[in-house]
Design a protein around this ligand. Structure first.
Ligand SMILES: Cc1cc2nc3c(=O)[nH]c(=O)nc-3n(C[C@H](O)[C@H](O)[C@H](O)COP(=O)(O)O)c2cc1C
Length: 301
């Protein structure tokens, strides 16, 4: 199948931040069975991230406030890219920063690296100018995507939308009009959990991002809205994610308008979940006598 020019054997990929930079996940499954591998966010500088607790289990999901811990751009290139060059499937690198120049620095450098098929902008990160997330306002988002656009010449430019907005079609439109070639929908929802014995937040960071099955209906809604109102007419494919656990979840996202799907939190329960989803979709297509997965995209009645 084809995702805006990225050739994939199947529509299932990992969701950023849930399977490291590759080797961590390769211990548990054959990554060559994936449609694509998506890395943890890369920022220009090394980031230690937030202190623990950084992850809390919630009913039907989990809250995380990792703080974008990563090895930084130069160590990523030196230490992580060699593994990714041999991974055998398209690689998408998630990119993060606190100012526009951070995104430019990472994208300029990584666009030179042949094995990287896509650069996915994580825009759910507060910027240094006003402390607000890039991805929660269409003007701020357009400024960021337009500034990065000319630097991404070879790889596909992907914008990962934040669900923490009133109308996701506004930010989706801003991303597409500024040059996004693929949209990822959705990142985590803002959340919080409190320990009733200590009266303290469960996460050291106080708040975090909610993911997992609890957010799936929100994600399906947003994928469908973005597909119907923006992406379909623009011919921009969507990578759908948020709570996907099994093949039925994945098929729901495809019917809602996603061309591919990503699996995140489910990997913490079953690191081989993507394999079961790939096989489940194949069996479903066969049972329904549907020739290819593309025939499901946006077919919601
Ligand atoms: C532990 C953890 C770390 C994450 N790190 C990133 C990240 O670095 N960049 C990013 O864009 N999204 C990150 N995400 C969001 C996921 O990629 C995904 O959009 C979200 O979790 C919804 O999918 P899921 O319910 O299948 O996990 C992270 C999620 C989790 C749970």
């Amino acid at each position: 199948m084809d995702l805006a020019g990225i050739r994939m054997a199947n529509p299932v990929m990992t969701a950023s931040g849930t399977s490291g930079f590759g080797p961590e996940h390769a211990q548990f499954m054959d990554l060559r069975r994936l449609g694509a591998f998506v890395t943890k966010a890369v920022s220009p500088e090394v980031r230690k991230g937030n202190p623990p607790e950084r992850i809390v289990e919630t009913r039907g999901g989990m809250l995380n406030a990792i703080g974008l811990a990563n090895v930084g751009l130069e160590r990523f290139v030196a230490e992580k890219v060699p593994f990714l060059q041999g991974v055998g499937v398209p690689v998408i690198v998630n990119v993060v920063g606190h100012k526009i120049e951070d995104y430019q620095t990472v994208c300029r450098r990584l666009d030179e690296i042949e094995c990287i098929a896509g650069l996915e902008l994580n825009v759910s990160c507060p910027n240094v100018v006003d402390g607000l997330e890039f991805g929660t306002d269409s003007v701020r988002l357009a400024k960021l995507v337009s500034a990065v656009r000319p630097l991404v010449k070879r790889a596909k430019l992907i914008v990962k939308l934040s669900p923490n907005v009133t109308d996701v079609t506004e930010t989706a439109r801003a991303a597409v009009e500024s040059g996004a070639e693929i949209l990822s929908v959705i990142n985590t929802l803002c959340g919080m959990a409190i320990n009733v014995e200590t009266w303290k937040p469960m996460l050291a960071n106080r708040t975090g991002g909610l993911s997992g099955p609890a957010i799936k209906p929100v994600a399906i809604f947003m994928v469908n809205r973005v597909y119907e109102k923006v992406a379909k007419a623009a011919g921009v494919p969507i990578i759908g994610m948020g709570g996907i656990t099994d093949w039925r979840d994945a098929v729901e996202f495809l019917l809602a308008g996603a061309t591919a799907v990503a699996v995140g939190t489910a990997l913490f329960v079953d690191p081989q979940a993507p394999l079961h989803i790939v096989d489940g979709i194949a069996a479903y297509l066969q049972r329904k006598k549907i020739p290819c997965v593309r025939d499901l995209v946006g077919q919601l009645k």
